[in-house]
Design a protein around this ligand. Structure first.
Ligand SMILES: Cc1cc2nc3c(=O)[nH]c(=O)nc-3n(C[C@H](O)[C@H](O)[C@H](O)COP(=O)(O)O)c2cc1C
Length: 395
């Protein structure tokens, strides 16, 4: 383990290290959110509304963090969520992150906006970890204006052996991320005089990424033999978002994909009911980490309504603001089956690549294990029934 990782005892400490490691426009691309960033802050602070009411005499000497979800046995309820452009923060960032998830026996969800192709990811995982771990990789797509492209990605994901498909529905317009606008963040990154001060002094990142920067692209969008530039690709991606999508589009994906299908980006209980009626296998309560609709309800606050609407018929997962094992505990107590990470794993990746992501996952698992031991709960499957999480204000 690198010296800096040894000193990083929390996700917050890794964030600080990532800030030192990355050029400012890249750090802000990860860290920032839409407009006033209220939803980002509220996602994190929503966990403070709840407190643990421990029961120390329940005999929690042995704790079991494992679970089975969509037929996959995982060692932890902490999963790695989809984040675009991971390969910009560390060479082959997506593969490094998937290997870290494999090392912790958990899920890695690849973003549609990955630098590597979806095929390259599962091929790499099959080579090092076998097809079982490739199936622990999930694939995330959007409903694109060009529906044929959605169908194409779904078909490619099936052929490549992905174990579940995640359709993100809260990205139908691009959020107004003001840090990116101020920094002039773009894909490919610009290195003009305006950016120079931000990139100067980040020599280790430059050195590591030498030879890689030319290859930064949206791998899944590249057409063989096409001469489209990366800027052209980025523009095409943005123009493919579609606020006109409807439940019929989800039904079409359902007909095409016969494996586990999840919708990511639901907050409304009525939408959770519609998801059930449409034959979806799981919902991810999420507001995209506050990167899209600023003012959207914090994920943790939306969770109980969705859990009630779904009534145990399909798993409900949550992302947004998870920074501590205690946050995972509270989300599970409120009915989530598992949580996904967004920013935290990217901070680990930016600091140390694969070991950095392992460090984030291990830190959260260790914290969760400790909270379970102190709260008197022996298994993650028992957290919701244990009745040990209450409103922090009492009652
Ligand atoms: C840099 C970055 C890129 C992201 N890209 C995607 C994406 O391509 N698809 C997607 O569904 N969500 C994407 N997300 C959202 C995350 O999957 C997740 O919903 C959110 O980050 C969770 O909040 P957290 O960062 O507070 O953990 C991205 C998030 C970040 C930080």
């Amino acid at each position: 383990m690198t010296v800096s990782l040894q000193r990083a005892h929390s996700v917050a400490a890794l964030r600080a290290l990532a800030q030192q490691a990355l050029p400012r426009p890249l750090f802000d691309f990860i860290d920032g959110a839409a407009e006033d960033e209220w939803t980002l802050r509220a996602n994190e602070s929503a966990f403070d509304d709840w407190a643990v009411l421990p029961r120390p005499l329940e005999g929690a000497a042995q704790r079991d963090l494992s679970l089975t979800i969509f037929g996959q046995r995982l060692a932890s309820p902490v999963l790695v969520g989809p984040t675009g452009l991971a390969g910009l923060f560390w060479p082959q960032g997506e593969i490094a992150t998937a290997r870290a998830a494999a090392a912790r026996n958990t899920v890695y969800c690849l973003s549609h906006g990955s630098v590597c192709t979806l095929e390259a990811l599962t091929q790499a995982m099959e080579q090092t970890h076998g097809s079982e771990q490739a199936a622990r990789c999930w694939m995330q797509v959007f409903i694109y204006r060009d529906r044929a492209f959605t169908r194409e990605l779904v078909e490619r994901a099936r052929k490549a052996g992905y174990g579940a498909l995640v359709v993100t529905v809260d990205n139908q317009l691009l959020g107004k991320r003001e840090r990116d606008l101020v920094n002039g963040f773009s894909i490919p990154p610009r290195f003009g005089p305006r950016q120079w001060p931000a990139f100067a002094g980040k020599f280790p990142w430059w050195w590591r990424m030498r030879g890689e920067l030319d290859r930064i692209t949206f791998g899944n969008y590249v057409r063989e033999g096409s001469r489209e530039t990366v800027a052209g690709l980025a523009g095409r991606m943005a123009s493919m978002l579609d606020p006109g999508m409807t439940w019929d589009d989800i039904a079409a994906v359902r007909r095409q994909w016969d494996g586990p299908l999840l919708i990511k980006g639901l907050l409304h209980p009525e939408d959770a009911r519609r998801a059930l009626q449409t034959g979806v296998d799981g919902v991810i309560v999420s507001n995209h980490g506050g990167r899209q609709l600023d003012g959207a309800l914090p994920s943790l606050r939306a969770l109980p309504g969705v859990v009630q609407a779904v009534d145990g018929r399909i798993p409900v997962l949550l992302d947004g603001g998870v920074r501590r094992g205690g946050d995972v505990f509270k989300a599970l107590a409120l009915g989530a089956s598992a949580v996904l990470l967004g920013r935290p794993h990217l901070w680990g990746l930016a600091v140390a690549g694969q070991p950095g992501v392992v460090h984030v996952l291990k830190t959260l698992d260790d914290e969760l294990d400790r909270v379970m031991g102190l709260a008197g709960v022996c298994a993650v499957s028992q957290i919701a029934q244990a009745g040990v999480v209450v409103r922090a204000g009492g009652g």
